[in-house]
Design a protein around this ligand. Structure first.
Ligand SMILES: Nc1nc2c(ncn2[C@@H]2O[C@H](COP(=O)(O)OP(=O)(O)O)[C@@H](O)[C@H]2O)c(=O)[nH]1
Ligand SMILES: Nc1ncnc2c1ncn2[C@@H]1O[C@H](COP(=O)(O)OP(=O)(O)O)[C@@H](O)[C@H]1O
Length: 214
């Protein structure tokens, strides 16, 4: 009998999208996930919004001028882009393509508009997770607790929350972020199961053929 050695199975990388109303906790969840998941890499968006205290150019976002943003769009460098809270946000394509082709999964913190655009371009690769706050009062409390936006900005974000949440049913998985650790564990469970999906394991065909011949 031939020895059948389980190969280092390759799989297609997936595009894990996290969306939520502002303040529900997706940045917090993303940061922990990226620390714990070696095969996950963040898609760093470009934005025209002001940098917040503690944010780092090239790590949290690429902070660009409206002209720079527009030329990226005109040069077809964006996988998707949208206007959110009067600022422009977009996903540069090249790092995403590089990540996926090197076998990494890519994490996106983008809104529903961007999610729809990515889903249209890559319906088989996208996994969509929507994060809800436990209540509106808690959402507002978190926005103030973050203490990085003015009262006017927080009010604007609260006013947009209902609109953002109206898109929840366009997502594959829904998490109510009451407890950060549990939410992170839930996203990890989603990742783990999605990575095992047959369509993401093109190498299994020849592996199983080998098993059957042994
Ligand atoms: N379409 C799209 N949305 C983005 C992108 N980057 C961030 N966003 C969304 O823009 C919104 C505002 O983000 P941000 O200003 O960081 O505020 P926060 O969500 O309160 O931390 C959030 O809903 C993000 O998911 C992007 O590249 N494309
Ligand atoms: N489950 C949670 N319980 C309590 N506070 C949370 C929870 N998740 C996030 N937060 C806090 O809420 C605030 C907003 O979270 P953040 O991750 O910035 O939200 P988003 O990226 O969705 O706008 C932060 O101060 C964060 O520490």
């Amino acid at each position: 009998m031939n020895a059948v050695v389980a190969p280092t199975l390759e799989r297609r990388g997936l595009m894990l999208v996290l969306s939520s109303p502002s303040g529900a906790g997706k940045t917090t969840i993303s940061r922990i996930l990226l620390e714990r998941e070696e095969e996950l890499t963040l898609s760093i968006s470009a934005t025209t919004r002001q940098m917040r205290p503690g944010e780092i150019h090239g790590k949290d976002y690429f902070f660009v001028s409206p002209d720079e943003f527009n030329s990226m769009v005109d040069n077809n460098e964006m996988l998707e882009h949208a206007t959110v809270f009067d600022n422009k946000y977009g996903t540069p394509s090249e790092p995403v393509e590089q990540g996926l082709s090197s076998g990494q999964d890519v994490l996106f913190d983008i809104d529903w508009q961007g999610t729809q655009q990515v889903a249209a371009k890559a319906p088989n690769d996208i996994v969509r997770v929507f994060i809800l706050p436990p209540s509106l009062q808690e959402l507002e409390r978190r926005l103030y607790a973050r203490a990085q936006d003015s009262e006017e900005v927080v009010k604007g974000r609260m006013a947009k929350a209902a609109d953002e949440m109206s898109h929840w049913a366009e997502y594959d998985y829904i998490i109510v972020n009451t407890d950060v650790e549990k939410s992170v564990a839930d996203v990890q469970a989603i990742l783990r199961a999605e990575r095992l999906k047959r369509d993401r394991r093109p190498d299994l065909d020849s592996f199983v053929r080998g098993l059957r011949q042994a």
